[in-house]
Design a protein around this ligand. Structure first.
Ligand code: GLU
Length: 296
């Protein structure tokens, strides 16, 4: 028997859900239901200074209002520091993670030289050979060491279910990326990879703005001996100014009094037909689920 489809929605509680984030929530829910799978929620609250107190529970309430109920109790990343530390320790023991003592200024200075030489702006690997008297700040993944040891190609490939064949040379595009930040907080890349595996996620459905992280996550999955899920990146909802809707550019939180209106907008962003205003939410969801199943 194959592994059961398990999907997830992983909001960062830096604000409430808005019409852009609801698209990712709805798409991940529909995809899980259309595959007769499980759908889980994970609160990505590792970047504590950016989290808004109470936003986590209000997001869960917004999802419930939209009829999107997780099949298990949600996971809070802020409670998983020991697990992330264990993953980092594994990488350190293999020689695949190293401490970095560079300040932001030093990295920027090295980057602008690299840019001037027509190279991509990536972490230049300054601390790969040792700290040279600097104090350890962040921890980074030695991308090439992982790729060489595991005989992985320098170009990481994946097949995105919507975007098609994708690839990225992580070393050239981003360099040795951060696993634990200089301020001691866990980096998104490490937390997301550890938790997708811990929750048994087989299918990641999320906004296209995150597509660029996928290659890094795949390298990290290999480094930690974890499976790689299937990926589907959903279209972004653009605001009136043509920019991606986000909490940072002031997207309005969803109106809890009009969940069907919000769901209809999200469904349309996914290419599904809006349902009449008098439709009950469970009915709307089951109709979209059928449409989704025939398309995906
Ligand atoms: N927490 C991320 C966000 O809200 C999503 C991470 C993911 O889906 O991989 O943007």
């Amino acid at each position: 028997m194959g592994v059961r489809y398990t999907g997830r929605f992983a909001p960062s509680p830096t604000g409430l859900l808005h019409s852009g984030s609801l698209v990712a929530a709805l798409a991940s829910w529909l995809d899980a239901r259309a595959h007769a799978g499980r759908w889980l929620v994970r609160i990505e609250d590792v970047d504590t200074p950016r989290c808004v107190p109470g936003a986590d529970h209000r997001i869960l309430a917004q999802l419930a209002q939209c009829g999107l109920q997780p099949d298990e109790a949600p996971l809070w990343q802020s409670q998983r520091g020991d697990t992330y530390q264990a993953a980092l320790d594994t990488l350190i023991a293999k020689g695949w993670a190293y401490p970095c003592g560079c300040s932001r200024k030093e990295i920027e200075a090295a980057q602008s030289q690299a840019v001037a030489r027509h190279h991509a702006a990536v972490y230049p690997g300054t601390c790969r050979q040792g700290l040279q008297g600097k104090t350890a700040r962040a921890w980074r993944l030695h991308v090439q060491a992982v790729q060489q040891a595991l005989e992985l190609p320098a170009l990481t490939h994946w097949q995105d279910r919507r975007l098609g064949a994708q690839n990225q040379n992580v070393s050239e595009a981003v360099g040795d990326f951060v696993l634990r930040r200089a301020d001691g907080l866990w980096a998104y890349q490490l937390a997301v990879v550890v938790d997708d595996a811990a929750q048994g996620i087989t299918h990641v459905v999320r906004g296209e703005d995150l597509a660029d992280n996928t290659a890094r996550q795949i390298v990290l999955q290999h480094a930690l001996g974890l499976p790689t899920p299937q990926y589907l990146h959903t279209p972004l909802v653009l605001g009136a100014n043509g920019e991606k809707l986000s909490k940072q550019n002031g997207a309005q939180a969803l109106d809890l009094n009009a969940p069907l209106t919000a769901l209809n907008q999200a469904a349309q962003a996914l290419g599904l037909a809006a349902v009449p205003a008098e439709t009950r939410i469970p009915q709307a969801l089951s109709q979209w689920c059928q449409d989704w199943a025939t398309r995906n």
